[in-house]
Design a protein around this ligand. Structure first.
Ligand code: ADP
Ligand code: MG
Length: 687
């Protein structure tokens, strides 16, 4: 064990006073191994304990600082028991509060009547009495008072806030060893403060301003490390992978003539970008973002057409069997008349057929393969794979995308997603991809009319559904839960199904949920698609990609339980034809958040607007499952709240990588080290 003065940034945490093996293991769980790691664990927020309030003005159930005097105390319960409740009555000039310690015997002597205390905790109201359970407390005027700005750290189970704070105190001085490591011009142009100063102030704040300056610096450097890494990956790929130029001089006109519709402007624009990428002799890596119903499939088909006509094969992977089948039907309809051979490979393809397909694929007689995850199995081999498409990309991880790409020699990659991602975020999440946006919907679509209703209107709502069915339409009813639950406020899909069957015997009603076998789910969905079922009651399993033009009503029960982006996806299942469509949100609560979310849903159909709002309400991690995207975790930068900085830093990082792609210049040495550390082995970084 060393004394504080000798600690070095690179020392193991076990060198810190009071940190033993067990504590080190807990820290390890948080990826903290060295003193430096600890310094770079930043507070999530600060508790402002600078000003005390009076008992009467203190809000309930929020952390408050009180200055009180002890009046009386009482130790309850059995005198022989160790667990005795200590009740301390304390007051200030405005009122009184009862302090509770449930295991308070050992504290009993401490709270002498007349003692002046500073308390920090939450007040709750119990039978008209103000109570505070287990507050932090200190004798007023003691030297380590509990006042000030207190950092609140992220923790792991078994580790406490107080322990984290004292470890930070123990390593405080080592922050001075951090020297400025960013190039001088970047520091100057962006007005960045010194890193040691930033670390000191983020952990030991004295006032808001230095904290803000420090945050700015630390967010900036974290984003710079992230984006430099992403730009490097892109640069490296473009340098290394020689692709093939595909389809130069091959016109897609014959295919366009086949299509039963003309492409929208947005579709044309996206395909124009794809075509340019394909004709270059570097592999394409492009993300096509288009709201539900914007017609991404047709754009993908054009790319496939061009690929096949140049003598290459194409593969398209969808997240569910049903979606793959749907694609198969569409693709067959468009391609077979042109003599292009399309086949499906999924988990339920029978062994004999599977081996025939694999053989034909390797022999080159299959031009286009559509499928589920089944297409990335190791024994699936292509003859000459030129194009890889993943549909609904948000359902796949980065790894699955690259596994598929490895089946060809640097094939072109096209990634499609309906999850509208605000541009700033897309830059990060898909930092290694070029992005096309389909920003128009096919003509003739009527806007979906969205209504908000409460439980008391359920009968009216389902009467309306019945009326729509009588006019020949179909409807979806979505519930958050599969079966009965303890939560009486929330109806399950099964309950709703039974109720509807009873109340509307004339309707043909189907049920599908995530607990069912894939085959059974598919069977129900297929009969819905064929029109043999009028009303499909389901959980969110129908969320992705299903295209039934005749369905015009989407009823969502307990809509407060779904995320905004999810509601948007669900709503996108209707409004896919010329019929007027409806989305009815049944809300089980009137909470403030629910109200805001419903307002947004009723006021716009623009997926990007909804996504932005969703981000504001929930934060990015939850929505995109950042981890799934293989993106490193961030300590301080928030891709939503710091959106402005994301843009700004992007330019800095791009210039930096253009100037020194492999970060070989001495002034980039520390940045290189940090990039390597951040990305670890998550993304193949050959720096
Ligand atoms: P998504 O982008 O959600 O995957 P799809 O590709 O499934 O959308 O297309 C939705 C529906 O719109 C399909 O039925 C498709 O045939 C139709 N469609 C696509 N493009 C056009 C267009 N330009 N004009 C008319 N209908 C179109
Ligand atoms: Mg689609």
């Amino acid at each position: 064990m060393k004394s504080e003065g000798e600690l070095k940034l690179g020392d193991s945490v076990t060198h810190i006073k009071g940190v033993g093996k067990k504590r080190a293991q807990l820290l390890e769980k948080m990826n903290i191994r060295t003193v430096e790691d600890l310094l770079y664990l930043f507070p999530r927020k600060y508790e402002d304990r600078r000003r005390a309030v009076t008992i009467m003005e203190a809000p309930f159930n929020e952390d408050v600082l009180l200055e009180v005097r002890v009046v009386t105390k009482q130790l309850g319960g059995n005198p022989y028991s160790k667990k005795r409740v200590l009740r301390v009555l304390a007051e200030d000039n405005t009122g009184s509060v009862e302090i509770l310690f449930f295991n308070g015997k050992y504290l009993s002597e401490y709270f002498k009547p007349g003692l002046s205390l500073t308390l920090f905790g939450k007040i709750s109201l119990n039978n008209g009495r103000r109570q505070m359970a287990h507050p932090e407390f200190h004798v007023t005027g003691d030297k380590d008072d509990i006042r000030g700005l207190f950092p609140v750290y992220p923790l792991t189970e078994g580790l406490y806030q107080g322990q984290m704070r004292s470890m930070q105190l123990a390593v405080r001085q080592t922050a001075q060893q951090i020297k400025e490591w960013l190039p001088e011009s970047i520091v100057r142009e962006n007005n960045l403060c010194d890193p040691a100063y930033a670390i000191e102030n983020i952990h030991f704040p004295i006032a808001k301003r230095p904290v803000l300056e420090s945050r700015f610096r630390l967010v900036f450097e974290e984003l710079l490390i992230l984006q430099s890494g992403l730009f490097y990956i892109k640069w490296d790929r473009e340098r290394t992978y020689k692709g093939v130029s595909v389809g130069r001089g091959i016109s897609v006109k014959p295919f366009l003539h086949m299509l039963p519709f003309t492409l929208t402007e947005g579709q044309m624009k996206a395909f124009g970008q794809i075509e340019r990428d394909m004709e270059r002799d570097r592999p394409m890596n492009r993300l096509v973002q288009g709201d539900v119903g914007s017609g991404k499939t047709a754009v993908a088909e054009l790319a496939m057409y061009k690929t096949v006509k140049s003598g290459f094969q194409a593969v398209m992977m969808a997240p569910t069997e049903l979606l793959a089948k749907q694609h198969l039907a569409t693709l067959k309809g468009h391609f077979e008349p042109l003599g292009i051979n399309v086949k499906l490979l999924s988990g339920s393809t029978r062994a004999k057929e599977r081996s025939e397909i694999l053989e034909a694929l390797e022999g080159g007689s299959i031009d286009i393969l559509v499928g589920t995850h089944a297409v990335i199995q190791p024994d699936v081999k292509f003859n000459n794979l030129g194009l890889v498409i993943t549909d609904e990309q948000h359902r796949f991880g980065v790894n699955q995308r690259s596994l598929l790409a490895q089946k060809g020699e640097n094939p072109n990659i096209l990634v499609m997603t309906a999850t509208p991602i605000p541009r700033t975020l897309a830059v990060i999440l898909y930092g290694d991809l070029d992005i096309s946006v389909i920003d128009t919907l096919p003509a003739g679509r009527k806007p979906i009319r969205t209504f908000l209703r409460y439980r008391d209107s359920r009968k009216k709502i389902y009467d309306f559904v019945e009326a729509q069915v009588k006019e020949g339409r179909q409807a979806y009813v979505v519930a958050p839960l599969i079966g009965e639950s303890e939560n009486i406020d929330c109806k399950s899909a099964e309950e709703i199904y039974e109720e509807l069957c009873k109340a509307y015997p004339a309707l043909r009603i189907g049920l599908v949920h995530g607990g069912m076998k894939q085959q059974d789910k598919d069977a129900v969905m297929e009969s819905f698609a064929e029109g043999a079922i009028d009303v499909l009651v389901s959980t969110v399993v129908i969320e992705v990609g299903i295209d039934v033009g005749n369905a015009t009503v989407m009823v969502i029960e307990n809509c407060e339980r779904f995320g905004l982006a999810q509601l948007h996806q669900l709503r996108g299942r209707v409004g896919r034809s010329g019929h007027q469509s409806f989305c009815i949100l049944i809300c089980g609560t009137d909470s403030e958040t629910a109200r805001k979310r419903n307002e947004i849903m009723c006021s716009t159909e623009d997926g990007f607007v909804i996504a932005e709002e969703d981000l504001k309400l929930r934060g990015p991690g939850e929505i995109f499952g950042t981890r799934q995207h293989g993106l490193p975790e961030l300590n301080i930068a928030d891709l939503v709240k710091n959106a402005d900085m994301v843009e700004k830093v992007k330019d800095v990082a791009r210039r930096l990588i253009e100037e020194d792609p492999e970060l070989e210049m001495p002034e980039h040495a520390e940045l290189k080290k940090r990039v390597k550390k951040m990305f670890g082995d998550k993304i193949q970084l050959r720096l």
